[in-house]
Design a protein around this ligand. Structure first.
Ligand code: SAH
Ligand code: SF4
Length: 354
């Protein structure tokens, strides 16, 4: 059995062509079957009714399709929609669809949980469960398209659960699927990989010829503070990560979650500007969502505005992101953690009754 959805479209074409040839099927079958992977995706081969029934059954045996079933969907009052996908082994990951004018950005997960334990992050608190396959990563877009073809995502960001550059092989293939004309056909400049900066794989991403965008999670302007917030700092330090950005021929975004009294002073804005300006980076300022360590609080609005203004005064372009989907816990890892907490409470209630 081959998971065609975890192969690049070229590799899937090769596997299918060989399989069809071995069955002496006519040449045009390939052109009938291939688009059903990504362009006009079927839920199962049975849905490909333009194929003979016997062939559909054989395809089902040889190439079962990886599905993600929607375990929960929530729509926020601001239009943000959140999906909790159940995987074949019972694990679950999240995607968030964020409409913004003509743009529809789907925020996807690359791992179940995350090993890196950033203190402000709900996924980090959950720990690492497993890597997603390429089919499960790109499959989040596929399933969103299957739910509603009219709202195909125009942009994809790897800002859901997990650290994409710690699952490089699958992310590498998923990037090809997302971008390839025989895949989902999303322009490379509309696909953003967000990472804390896993150096060896950052270099691999930089070497890809397509113009994929890079966002680096900084969250602190000094190594000492970053180490407090993000344990990965011990392995890949801030100065090294900043140096590595030179490998990218395109503009990089620095992500910075504003945490009250931690990393939001004007002096820290000055320090951040000193990092961002030489590399011409854009700074994305994110309001802190709940779900991480309980003692962390978001910066208040005037403080966020002052921080953004200060960066701009240094000639650094900064965007203060609105908090989207707060009412549906639409930050990384939150829906899954929330559902598990509810289930746990229910289980505890049961235990008390018994
Ligand atoms: N692991 C990767 C990608 C997933 S996290 C990374 O860390 O970059 C995507 C973004 O969500 C990161 O910038 C992360 O810092 C941010 N994030 C995590 N927890 C958050 C929270 N509680 N509030 C706001 N943003 C958060
Ligand atoms: Fe992992 Fe990113 Fe969350 Fe850090 S912020 S724990 S790297 S998912």
């Amino acid at each position: 059995m081959t998971d065609l959805l975890s192969l690049t479209p070229d590799a899937a074409r090769g596997a299918l062509a060989a399989w069809l040839a071995a069955r002496a099927e006519p040449g045009y079958r390939l052109a009938q079957i291939l688009p059903r992977l990504w362009q006009r995706p079927v839920g199962s081969w049975e849905e490909a009714t333009d194929l003979p029934a016997a062939l559909r059954a054989q395809l089902g045996d040889a190439f079962p399709l990886t599905r993600l079933s929607c375990d929960a969907a929530q729509q926020s009052s601001d239009g943000t929609e959140k999906f909790l996908w159940k995987l074949a082994d019972g694990e679950a990951v999240e995607s968030v669809l964020i409409p913004e004018g003509k743009r529809r950005t789907l925020c996807i997960s690359s791992q179940v949980g995350c090993a890196l334990g950033c203190v402000f992050c709900a996924t980090g608190r959950m720990g690492f469960r497993r890597n997603l396959s390429a089919g499960e990563i790109a499959g989040q877009v596929r399933e969103a398209v299957r739910r509603d073809r009219a709202v195909k995502p125009t942009n994809v960001v790897f800002m859901g659960m997990g650290e994409p550059l710690l699952n490089w092989d699958a992310v590498d293939t998923a990037l090809t699927i997302l971008n390839h004309a025989d895949g989902l056909g999303i322009g490379a400049r509309h696909i953003t990989v967000s990472t804390v900066g896993i150096l060896p794989n950052l270099a691999r991403l930089a070497q890809r010829p397509e113009q994929f965008r890079l966002a680096v999670s900084l969250h602190a302007p000094t190594a000492a503070l970053r180490r407090e917030l993000m344990p990965i700092e011990k392995k890949y330090s801030l100065p090294e990560v900043m140096r590595a950005l030179g490998q990218f021929r395109r503009r990089v975004t620095l992500e910075y979650v504003l945490i009250g009294g931690k990393n939001d002073s004007l002096t820290q804005a000055d320090e951040l500007a000193q990092l961002a300006r030489p590399v011409g980076a854009l700074v994305n300022l994110l309001p802190l969502h709940p779900g991480g360590a309980p003692d962390l609080t978001p910066s208040d609005r005037p403080r966020m505005l002052a921080f953004a203004r200060r960066l701009k005064r240094h000639g650094v372009e900064a965007v203060l992101r609105r908090s989207r989907g707060l009412d549906i816990s639409a930050a990384c890892g939150q829906l899954r953690v929330e559902l598990e907490a509810r289930r746990k409470v229910r289980a505890e209630e049961h235990a008390r009754v018994e």
